[in-house]
Design a protein. Structure first.
Length: 178
């Protein structure tokens, strides 16, 4: 059985925090693709980036996400750049699994990620790098990107974003305009 819902968004949007709450409300497991990658590789993501580079990381990520789309039946948070890989975009779109974009203001994201420790793409200047990532990723995240969208939320982690997502996912609903 495929995941109930996929969460996407920039680093620091709260994919893991919201995902855990949605999974709890649905009574299913939660997984984060970054954690799945680390388990498969036997190394941390910063180490994978340092030793193998981003292209090798993206290839591993695409493989892990493809497996999760068919073998994991809970709520899955994808790494922020997962949807940039063409094979991952296509797999998500073909799966029909609802995709939820979490969105938060850049200033809030910068506060949440702090120094960017443990986040290789944010290592040098997190605030500036977040703005660059947003410019590249937002067009992919928005309508016309991979999969169906239930809509974006500006709720931060720990707030009420998980409630409507869990209700929609339980009922298999789509947002207006979907």
């Amino acid at each position: 059985m495929p995941p109930r819902v996929l969460l996407i968004g920039l680093p620091g949007t709260g994919k893991s925090s919201v995902g855990r709450r949605v999974a709890e409300r649905l009574g299913v497991e939660f997984a984060d693709s970054d954690s799945m990658i680390e388990v498969r590789a036997g190394r941390s993501i910063p180490r994978i980036f340092a030793e193998d580079g981003e292209p090798a990381f993206r290839q591993l990520e695409a493989s892990v996400v493809a497996d999760a789309l068919t073998k994991f039946s809970g709520v899955l948070a994808l790494g922020g750049g997962a949807v940039l890989t063409e094979s991952t975009k296509q797999a998500i779109a073909a799966s029909g699994i609802p995709v939820v974009l979490l969105h938060t203001q850049l200033a809030t994201l910068a506060n949440r990620v702090g120094t960017g420790a443990g986040r290789p793409l944010l290592a040098d200047d997190p605030g500036h790098r977040l703005a660059e990532l947003a410019a590249v990723r937002e067009p992919v995240y928005r309508p016309g990107g991979p999969g169906r969208r239930h809509g974006a939320t500006k709720h931060g982690p720990g707030r009420r974003a998980h409630r409507p997502l869990a209700r929609r996912s339980r009922r298999g609903e789509r947002s207006p305009g979907q």
